[in-house]
Design a binder for this molecule. Structure first.
Ligand code: FAD
Length: 301
């Protein structure tokens, strides 16, 4: 029996697509194919895929909304597990529990509908709940670590565990999941009762600020670099004269120099070359070494 036949038999009933191009799933609109792109509908299907992959010694990785990644042009070997069908969200008092694939922006709107405050900061972050926990996503003074109560994970070895916020050792755009290789299955957020109108006004204000400052009309991965201590990446890039600097089809945004936008069918290689070049030029100009926030995955072509 071939690997593919064996896989189809063992993973029967699970939505698996073979040699699936990833560029259409990714916010940057670049990237090659996944050998096997899987859409589990529940935790059991996800665990079955991980178990099969581990036993068959096939690499696997999980993605949320693909808003903080660049998939290289050669694609990703093995399984890519997309969590977007694990998207149930429930509210119990002041707590929201959301599955990993739930859309973060939609989750903040659910908080608004229940007049719960604390989630406003995330109203424009286009990730999934799982990706946001993994990255400790944040904006405008808030971050996931401020509201996360606990999360359920599937460990690399296939065990389900509940982790407290403390276990996640959150830091700036960092959580312990980045080292452990676990999959976030769901997360519980502690919010507080608020005033619907006040929460809405704050979300509208933050949305307006984003629209003013960010090139949301182009494909991008948000801020490419972490904020260097004592500086802003966008400002350093701008001061180095790099607004509008372009390699291939990817360019440093004129509107927000911390963003790199795909303006003309750019490739992952264009992104990588531009990132390297910007790091070098900013270092020359200001002495600061920028560190990537965006994660680069897969193989070069
Ligand atoms: C226009 C724009 C604006 C943005 N603004 C912000 C902002 O203000 N603040 C901010 O912090 N970020 C911002 N981002 C970046 C991005 O939205 C966040 O980092 C988000 O948390 C990524 O979530 P995701 O589901 O898209 O993750 P993905 O891009 O799919 O994955 C990112 C990483 O998380 C891992 N991962 C995803 N899901 C899981 C899971 N269930 N379990 C374990 N690991 C997982 C992946 O393996 C990968 O390594 C922005 C991006 C864009 C395009």
């Amino acid at each position: 029996m071939s690997v593919k036949e064996n896989m189809l038999e063992i993973l029967e009933g699970i939505d698996i697509r073979f040699k699936e191009p990833l560029h259409s799933y990714s916010y940057t609109k670049v990237g090659g194919e996944a050998d096997y792109l899987v859409f589990p509908r529940n935790h059991f299907e996800l665990a079955r895929v991980v178990k099969f992959a581990n036993q068959a010694d096939i690499p696997w990785m999980v993605l949320g909304n693909a808003s903080n990644i660049i998939v290289r042009d050669g694609g990703i070997r093995g399984f890519v597990i997309l969590c977007d069908k694990l998207n149930n969200v429930s509210v119990d008092g002041y707590t929201i529990e959301a599955e990993a694939g739930a859309n973060l922006i939609e989750t903040t709107r659910i908080a608004l509908r229940h007049s719960l405050t604390g989630f406003e900061f995330a109203c424009g972050i286009p990730g999934s709940v799982g990706g946001a926990v993994f990255m400790n996503a944040g904006a405008y003074g808030g971050e996931i670590s401020h509201i996360l109560q606990s999360c359920k994970v599937l460990t690399k070895d296939g065990e389900i565990e509940t982790l407290s916020a403390q276990d996640l050792a959150f830091g700036y755009r960092h959580s312990a999941i980045q080292e452990s290789g676990a999959v976030v299955l769901s997360a519980k957020f502690s919010l507080a009762p608020g005033n619907h109108q006040v929460i809405k006004q704050e979300m509208d204000r933050l949305t307006h600020l984003r629209e003013l400052k960010q090139p949301l009309e182009y494909p991008s991965c948000g801020s490419v670099f972490k904020r260097p201590v004592g500086h802003f990446a966008g400002q350093l890039i701008s001061e180095a004269g790099l607004k509008g600097y372009r390699i291939g089809g990817v360019e440093v945004s004129e509107k927000h120099a911390g963003f790199m936008i795909n303006v003309a069918d750019g490739t992952a290689k264009d992104y990588e070359d531009l990132i390297e070049s910007v790091i070098e030029k900013v270092k020359e100009h200001s002495g600061v070494t920028l560190e990537r926030e965006v994660r680069i995955l897969g193989e070069s072509k």
